[in-house]
Design a protein around this ligand. Structure first.
Ligand code: MRU
Length: 350
């Protein structure tokens, strides 16, 4: 991965993140100091992508600890609980958010009654561990997924499941990066991903930076390209994988999975185990975020929809497990039946 840019980083005086709303036109880093700023950055998609949202939330808690005036652990914990509550309201679908908040809560639960400065330090350390573990997980996902990518393949991806959506390297784009770095001679097609255009703006930006051959298509071109033999496999990320293997991901993923099945093209999902939610039995229980009108009805300050005409904006959909060819995690490749395979992998140490 290019070392000239990063998605999110902890600094002594701020959380620094690349403002993804401004890409590809501008590489602008935000310096965020309190939990409200970080929560808004998540809600407004300055940072997005399930693992990156988890990292931002963890750092949001650590910043809440730094800026809190509390002089005893009990008062600090009160402030941390409000921060957790605010961050938990930002986005409902990506389970990594709740996973990261849970990990941060374990730190203060274990520190109750202890020294307030030690608790602050422990929270900062934990947020940095969550970040660093995510980069390691993504690299392991790339290595595990390599065997799924044939020489010279044309790989279609949707949204952005790359370095920008994680602490670094990416999940779906981790598999793509690993295949490119291994000299497989692959080409990548990125769906533009209406309405926020994560594919056109973000996937294209980061793969171009890494010199991976990338071509952008509009979302409605995938069927034609599959039907005419121009796509060899699909690899996408996930926002939440239910215990039975149903996968919530960016709106449009389900349609791609149906198309892939119709054309007998493998459809792979790449995600860290922090995206697997054993508490959610199947996709019907995954909350689907509904976002506001403007992201659909306005593009670059131009109205696309007449005033007064309603729009819908479900930001995610659920791909049923039976349309998924395999799930790649940092612990290896999961095959159907996914329920037992997920349970085994989640209980293993690997
Ligand atoms: O709305 P977004 O941009 O946060 O949605 C992101 C996605 O759907 C990604 O595919 C998913 O989070 C996986 S990121 C590794």
């Amino acid at each position: 991965m290019s070392s000239e840019w990063f998605t999110i980083a902890w600094r002594d005086d701020a959380v620094v993140m690349l403002d993804q709303r401004r890409l590809p036109a501008e590489e602008h880093y935000l310096e965020l100091r309190d939990v409200e700023e970080i929560a808004f950055a998540i809600e407004d998609l300055a940072i997005r992508g399930a693992p990156a949202i988890g990292c931002a939330a963890a750092m949001g808690i650590a910043r809440a600890a730094v800026v809190s005036p509390a002089s005893d652990a009990q008062s600090l914990i009160c402030d941390l609980e409000s921060a957790r509550e605010r961050l938990a309201r930002t986005r409902p679908t990506a389970v990594n958010l709740f996973w990261a908040l849970g990990r941060m809560s374990e730190i203060w639960n274990a520190h109750e009654g202890r020294n307030v400065e030690a608790l602050r330090e422990a929270l900062i350390d934990e947020a940095q561990h969550i970040h660093d573990e995510d980069v390691r997980n993504c690299r392991a996902i790339g290595a595990a997924g390599l065997e799924l990518v044939p020489e010279g393949a044309c790989v279609l991806t949707h949204c952005n499941a790359g370095a920008l959506a994680t602490a670094g390297y990416g999940t779906a784009l981790g598999v793509i990066r690993a295949a490119h770095d291994a000299g497989r001679g692959i080409e990548v097609l990125a769906d533009e991903t209406r309405p926020f255009l994560q594919g056109a703006r973000l996937t294209a930006w980061e793969l171009q930076r890494d010199r991976v051959p990338i071509t952008v298509i509009t979302d409605n071109m995938a069927g034609h390209l599959m039907c005419t033999g121009q796509v060899d496999l699909v690899v996408v990320g996930a926002d939440r994988i239910a215990a039975n293997g149903d996968v919530a991901n960016k709106i449009g993923t389900y349609a791609l999975a149906v198309l892939a099945r119709a054309h007998e093209i493998p459809f792979y999902v790449a995600a860290p185990r922090t995206t697997i939610d054993l508490e959610t039995p199947d996709g019907s229980a995954i909350p689907i975020e509904e976002r506001g009108r403007d992201e659909v009805a306005i593009l670059a300050d131009h109205a696309l929809v007449p005033a007064g005409v309603p729009v819908r904006h479900p930001a995610f959909d659920v791909t049923p497990a039976h349309l998924v060819s395999a799930i790649v995690t940092e612990a290896g490749i999961l095959q159907a039946p996914f329920g037992p395979a997920i349970a085994r992998q989640m209980n293993s140490e690997a």
